[in-house]
Design a binder for this molecule. Structure first.
Ligand code: SF4
Ligand code: SF4
Length: 442
């Protein structure tokens, strides 16, 4: 990778905008054969990536071409769903300028955007258990991350985030907001909630995590969903592990449906969530089931869709993974030659059915682009918005800062990125987050 692009991306603070916040410069240090843009956006109700591809097709196509050129990859591919007609039309138009870029359209299934599923769909190559996309020559990058790479190439750091606000709000929308904006402010822009008793989810209904109204938008916030506190998705998320165990013991019929529909099992990986359930429900140690838990991507296809009794193999696998990490056990998956399940194509989960199963039908409405300028008086920027080392503040209370100014840094050799101010203002507090208040006249 050209050091110019790498440095630009690093100093602009670009991290994976659609996942855990892995610093993008690290990803771009590799020498892949193919760069895949993950435009699947398979979580129900989220709309950010599909809109960005339609609105900024020229910019992200340019950024992809630059990354392909700089990494020496042979090709760059946009992987997006067939139903994103406007985005496909726009990308199609701009992609013609580049010989080594193409579009791969995806079915409307869950989880089409799982990295391993996406790489298999786009390349036909099969990532073996425990391996990453690079093992088959692929690097996967999120749409918004790519737009941030484009901005970095124009010397513009990451100061804003695109989010969808949906669910039980008066006016669902998608818009660009400054990093550090409070979720309470996002809800005001949506005209408020339509219910009094609600729970907030940061992300989609399948893999998102519950959050609080006083939390803020970070570099990885993709959407905020408002759901009634007695909604099945919320009840499932809030069920304790011990209750889940008791339920598993009394009702798990070992029907194996969770394994049959598990996307990683369908790729041929040796993961069988029903065996994890058998182990915990009957308290019978099973080394293989414990090992297999490490292959779980926690997509929730098993508990949200497959299980007829609303049991959660995902929660069991999550617990097993935590235990494995706690004791420092290294799991090896060498000498595997897994092949996708012969019935895989018949077992994929259509999004529409998933939405109905989750009781989200009423919320599956457009969340149109909202263009108005927001007047945000304060932002709070956490020092850790990415995987790796937290950034260290280089400002103090009372300092005046400008939008785009570096306010916290990570050491040059550490995994991490700098944090930039997202508004013009004055530093009000420096702790685990930096609070900036807007000064007058802005
Ligand atoms: S689908 Fe549910 S009932 Fe069937 S084996 Fe899996 S956890 Fe048990
Ligand atoms: S959450 Fe369930 S369906 Fe998804 S990978 Fe894990 S076991 Fe499989």
């Amino acid at each position: 990778m050209s050091s110019t692009i790498l440095e630009a991306v690093k100093s602009a603070g670009v991290v994976g905008a659609g996942g855990a916040g892995f610093p993008t410069w690290m990803k771009l240090k590799s020498s892949p054969e193919i760069i895949i843009v993950n435009g699947a956006e398979c979580e129900p109700l989220l709309r950010v990536d599909q809109m960005l591809m339609a609105r900024y097709a020229k910019e992200i196509t340019y950024a992809l071409a630059k990354i392909v050129e700089a990494t020496g990859a042979k090709t760059g591919v946009f992987g997006l769903k067939k139903k994103y007609g406007q985005a496909i039309a726009q990308l199609d138009f701009f992609i013609n300028e580049y010989q080594n870029l193409r579009i791969c359209t995806l079915d409307d299934i869950y989880p089409a955007g799982d990295e391993q599923v996406l790489v298999y769909t786009v390349t036909g190559k099969h990532i073996q258990p425990g391996q990453i996309p690079l093992s088959v020559g692929a690097v996967v990058i999120n749409v918004e991350t790519l737009l941030n790479v484009y901005m970095a190439l124009q010397n513009k750091p990451v100061t804003h985030k695109y989010v969808t606000v949906a669910g039980a709000v008066k006016k669902p929308y998608t818009l660009k907001v400054p990093l550090g904006m409070a979720i309470s402010e996002l809800l005001k822009v949506a005209g408020g909630t339509t219910i009094d008793k609600f729970v907030l989810i940061n992300g989609g209904p399948c893999m998102g995590k519950q959050t609080q109204i006083n939390e803020v938008v970070t570099k990885t916030t993709k959407g905020i969903l408002v759901l009634p506190e007695d909604h099945p998705v919320i009840i499932g998320q809030q069920r304790s592990f011990s209750i889940n165990l008791k339920r598993a013991l009394s009702v798990c019929s070992q029907c194996q449906r969770c394994s049959e529909l598990c996307p990683r099992h369908l790729l041929g990986h040796p993961i069988r969530p029903h065996m994890a359930m058998r182990m915990v429900a009957y308290n019978k140690p099973d080394v293989e089931a414990v090992k297999e838990a490490m292959l779980c991507c926690e997509c929730g296809a098993c508990d949200l869709y497959a299980c007829p009794f609303d049991l959660s193999p995902r929660q069991v696998n999550r617990m097993l993974k935590q235990e494995i990490r706690k004791v420092g056990l290294k799991i090896s998956w060498e000498n595997q030659n897994c092949q996708p399940h012969p019935e895989r194509s018949y077992r994929l989960i259509p999004i529409k059915r998933l939405i109905n199963r989750l009781g989200l039908h009423d919320y599956d409405v457009p969340a149109p682009w909202y263009d108005e300028m927001l007047n945000i008086s304060e932002v709070r920027l956490p020092l850790l918005q990415h995987i790796g080392t937290p950034a260290k503040p280089i400002v103090k209370v009372g300092d005046m800062v400008k939008i785009g100014q570096v306010i916290a840094e990570v050491p040059a050799d550490a995994l991490g990125v700098n944090i930039h101010s997202s508004i013009d203002g004055v530093i009000r507090d420096v702790d685990r987050e930096i609070t900036i208040g807007k000064t007058g006249g802005m």
